[in-house]
Design a protein around this ligand. Structure first.
Ligand code: FES
Length: 608
């Protein structure tokens, strides 16, 4: 078999690949992130790339289904389908910059209460009346503090560092553990990184742990995306492919190393000065990060391999920071309620509310928590990744070019992230669009997009012309494209996807209320967490019936609560302990075991 060369642009990254490999498989080997919502099964049409040079095999049936003739003329191909006859040059479209909607925590001041500290020591040199070992001399210099037995790799460096630096050194300690001994006085350099590993996006925050300040933030698409948009596809890939787990772990670690590199370079910081990394993520992401098999999470009763807080040295994972740094993974609550939810609960101080409060985190998964009279309940809804734009015909994540808001009166007005011509619609835009179309009578209570015949003379003419019949049913044109770009439409299938997602969130929320034996009107707060929750209009989310019936005034966004919680837990040992308390305190309600879930779900499907 002869190897073929594929060069990926704009990175200009070259990879040699076997002739049977698709572009997607080659990109995975090359570490190039191509959005592959269905994990390469040929059902999503999201893995579009452009062949810049080279001949390809004929279009597959899947491509014929998803690509228009103008796409084909432009060289657009589906990466999971396309193979080259020889060498190829492939352009992977930029997925936009996510920072604008994700990272609002930069420059945040935090209260320091960390167990991480440095002590500068000027030690007495050995002499004929002082035979103490180097290690004992150092520990004595720490003035009787309880220090755990030293690890061999620390011990092996001490004699050299002491003598090369005239016995003037800095000891870096985390609790009772001596992490590392450094030359000279480095007390003003203590940094940590808080990481929120999302199924779609990984976000990192760099903290100056001397000043108590978030000094940088960076994010990257999770490279695991090319194995599927949701956690189920990742579990399947890990179970079914040789080296699948290793591959997924390497992908997320490489994204994290890129983030840390960017943060340290931008701030002129030595990576060796990062001594702690605090990690949160959904339970599957935490498993993959640690290289633990998520197999048991893929089937009932969805048991995680671990649930307590876990601390491991950076060198065990290959993180490019101080090799002795501590990597702390916050506890998870259940198979589908992870440490990101724990961090979010910590950030919003859910247990401090008087009365009852609900928090809903809508990302690729939908987690819900309810605090009430000292009790805490959680559940996870199979909301699916519709809110991230997956399984939506023109769906995309909330990045530049995504329609994020829609208003409909006599015509349609859209707001687009980055103020550019739109190329798709993200979750908040989708909810707006459906909410507005229901109000305009264009979508009925059952979620059906009405036809031109149904609405003849009943709606403004401009809107009436936007209704179209397509092979998949009725569509509504949200934005007319140009000669170079297609119209952006909302399809009947999109509406059904949203109905399923919103009904599962609503049903989950109703079941938690039932479990706590309270009514929706008893809720003092309904907090929407996550980037999505920050940008969705609350009147739209309420009008499509995604939330229990509450007053609009009690609904509010709490921003990137998981990221904020990770920052708190990194900067304060008390907060970290409190996170563990919250995780232990939570009673998890497994919706798949609830006989009343299906009825609640059915009731919640309609647009009332
Ligand atoms: S169609 Fe290619 S990844 Fe889904």
């Amino acid at each position: 078999m002869t190897d073929r060369k594929i060069v990926f642009y704009p990175e200009e990254k070259m990879i040699l690949t076997g002739e049977k490999k698709t572009i997607l498989e080659a990109s995975q080997k090359a570490g190039i992130a191509i959005e592959a919502t269905c994990g390469g099964k040929g059902t999503c049409g999201k893995c579009r790339v452009r062949i810049q040079h080279g001949a390809r095999e004929p279009l597959t049936n899947v491509e014929e289904n998803f690509l228009s003739s103008s796409d084909v003329e432009k060289g657009i191909a589906l990466a999971c389908q396309c193979r080259g006859y020889g060498n190829l040059e492939v352009f992977v479209p930029e997925k936009g910059n996510e920072l604008s909607r994700k990272l609002s925590l930069e420059s945040k001041k935090v209260l320091l209460d960390t167990d991480l500290r440095k002590e500068y020591l000027e030690l007495e040199k050995p002499h004929v009346h002082d035979f103490r070992s180097d290690a004992n001399r150092l520990i004595d210099g720490l003035k009787g503090k309880q220090i755990n037995p030293l690890q061999l790799d620390v011990l092996s460096t001490i004699p050299f560092i002491l003598r090369e630096n005239d016995f003037k050194v800095t000891a870096v300690l985390a609790g009772n553990e001596l992490l590392v001994v450094e030359a000279g006085d480095t007390r003003n350099k203590i940094y940590g990184v808080a990481l929120d590993i999302g199924t779609t996006t990984v976000v990192g925050f760099l903290l100056d742990l001397c000043q108590g300040l978030v000094i940088g933030a960076a994010s990257r698409t999770n490279k695991q995306n090319s194995y599927g948009a949701d956690v189920i596809s990742r579990i399947q890939f890990s179970n079914e492919q040789d080296n699948g787990l290793k591959c997924l772990q390497e992908d997320v670690l490489s994204v994290i190393n890129e983030i840390i590199n960017e943060l340290t370079q931008q701030n002129g910081i030595d990576i060796g000065s990062i001594y702690q990394v605090l990690v949160v993520g959904n339970t599957v992401m935490s498993h993959l990060f640690l290289g633990l098999s998520p197999a048991a999470l893929g089937k009932s009763p969805f048991i995680p391999a671990f649930s307590s807080m876990t601390v491991i040295p950076a060198y065990a994972l290959g993180l490019e920071i101080n090799h002795r740094a501590q990597v702390i993974v916050l506890p998870n609550i259940a198979g589908y309620v992870g440490s990101d939810t724990v961090a979010a609960l910590l950030a919003v101080k859910i247990d401090k509310y008087t009365g009852s409060a609900m928090m809903i985190d809508l990302g690729t998964n939908g987690e819900i928590a309810l605090a009430c009279d000292g009790r805490l309940y959680t559940c996870s809804t199979a909301a699916g990744p519709a809110f991230e734009g997956a399984h939506i015909y023109h769906g995309m994540r909330a990045v530049k070019g995504a329609i994020e808001k829609v208003r409909i009166d006599k015509t349609v007005t859209v707001d687009v992230i980055g103020n550019v011509a739109p190329c798709g619609i993200c979750g908040s835009g989708l909810i707006d669009a459906v909410s507005e179309l229901v109000k305009a009578g264009i979508i009925n209570n059952n979620g059906r997009i009405m036809s031109q015949k149904d609405l003849d003379g009943k709606i403004p003419e401009e809107l009436w012309h936007r209704l179209r019949h397509s092979s998949s049913g009725q569509d509504f044109v949200l934005y007319y494209g140009t000669t170079d770009a297609d119209d952006i439409v909302l399809t009947q299938r999109d509406v059904r996807e949203l109905q399923m997602a919103k009904a599962s969130v609503r049903a989950g929320a109703e079941i938690l209320l039932k479990e706590a034996d309270i009514k929706a009107r008893d809720l003092n707060a309904v907090m929407l967490a996550g980037a999505f929750g920050s940008f969705v209009r609350k009147e739209s989310i309420l009008s499509i019936g995604m939330l229990p019936r509450v007053d609009e005034r009690v609904v509010y966004s709490v921003g990137n609560a998981a990221g904020e919680g990770a920052i708190l837990a990194l900067s304060s040992e008390n907060e970290r302990n409190h996170a563990q308390y919250l995780a232990r305190k939570a009673t998890h309600v497994e919706l798949s075991l609830r006989a009343d879930f299906n009825r609640s779900f059915r009731d919640a499907c309609a647009f009332m």
